[in-house]
Design a protein around this ligand. Structure first.
Ligand code: SAM
Length: 299
């Protein structure tokens, strides 16, 4: 997870750099494909798309510092998007922090030729009330929405609205650790916690499942079936696929999740794409698979 630096800067671990590199790779592929949809250089042979946008719901501090070397600044998600070629038709940056919005505002001078819109506030409100209504199907526009919270700040209702408009793809960095931390080991969570999880995951049936008694778990073991997880055996991989399964109830296509781990190998986040386009998912899975292969061989 990112920490707050002295001037409202993010201080980030290596997993955040990985996330940003994956984002940049996907944005390059996405923008190349989308720019062709505005010309006749696409499978339909006709231009059909009016414009496509990048929307960063958690813009951050633009140039976060690395934890390992606090003298080293890296390029955060707004810069990765603004540097992508071909360019997007416009960029929306949202952050709840006024300090961070000040840093984001400076990007207008750095990128005078880019159409930049900036909003300070809770991204759920800004997305639902201000941005999503601008992207109806009839607008013939598309948007790529990056949802990169520290914790559980993305409401499931926002995800539902983004899906229902059918013009927005979402790249989500889902906080697996944020969920695990809310689940007590010894007893079922309090109703307020269940409510909080429901707000983020859109479903809480799985909570009953993991807090069943051992006998109830055993009763599930018909033949060789895999046992359902319990709180004590709960794995991050299971939570990540629970979230991607939930996304599949809203979006026709969802990528595999890539797990972001810290130096002690604990899973912090699961990164995935939910889209209305199958090709987008194939591209993402290729990028993720390549990333995992390179990690395995230590590069
Ligand atoms: C993980 S950082 C974003 C990092 C950035 N995406 C990057 O990769 O460079 C999370 C950011 O979300 C902001 N934030 C927290 N809650 C928010 C909310 N509800 N709506 C919008 N921004 C929020 C924080 O101020 C912080 O800058």
């Amino acid at each position: 997870m990112g920490q707050l630096g002295s001037e409202g800067e993010d201080i980030i671990g290596p997993w955040s750099e990985e996330k940003l590199d994956l984002l940049a790779k996907y944005l390059k592929a996405y923008s190349a494909i989308m720019s062709n949809q505005k010309t006749s250089n696409n499978p339909t042979g006709k231009p059909w798309l009016r414009a496509y946008y990048y929307i960063d719901a958690f813009a951050g501090s633009v140039r976060p510092r690395t934890k390992a070397d606090e003298e080293r600044y890296i390029e955060g998600s707004p810069l990765r998007a603004l540097q992508t070629e071909p360019r997007f038709d416009g960029y929306w940056f949202i952050d709840v922090s006024p300090q961070r919005i000040e840093l984001v505002e400076r990007l207008r001078e750095e990128f005078p030729d880019c159409a930049i819109e900036i909003r300070q506030g809770n991204c759920n409100e800004v997305l639902c009330n201000d941005i999503i209504p601008r992207f109806p199907r009839a607008s013939i526009q598309r948007a790529f929405v990056f949802l990169d919270p520290y914790g559980l700040q993305v409401d499931w209702e926002t995800v539902r609205k983004l899906a229902n408009i059918r013009t927005c793809d979402i790249f989500v960095n889902f906080s697996v650790m944020g969920v695990t931390r809310l689940l007590p080991r010894e007893q079922s969570p309090e109703p307020e916690v269940v409510e909080q999880l429901s707000k983020v995951m859109g479903n809480t049936e799985w909570i009953n499942q993991i807090y069943r008694t051992p006998t109830e778990h055993q009763l599930d073991l018909f033949g060789n079936q895999e046992p359902s997880p319990s709180r004590t055996t709960l794995r991050a991989e299971w939570l990540a696929s629970l979230y991607t399964d939930q996304l599949r109830t809203l979006f026709p296509y969802v990528s595999k999740p890539v797990l972001m781990k810290n130096s002690t190998n604990s899973v912090l986040y699961a990164l995935c794409l939910a889209s209305h386009n199958q090709t987008a998912i194939s591209i993402t899975n290729d990028i993720f698979n390549r990333h995992e292969r390179l990690k395995q061989i230590g590069r």
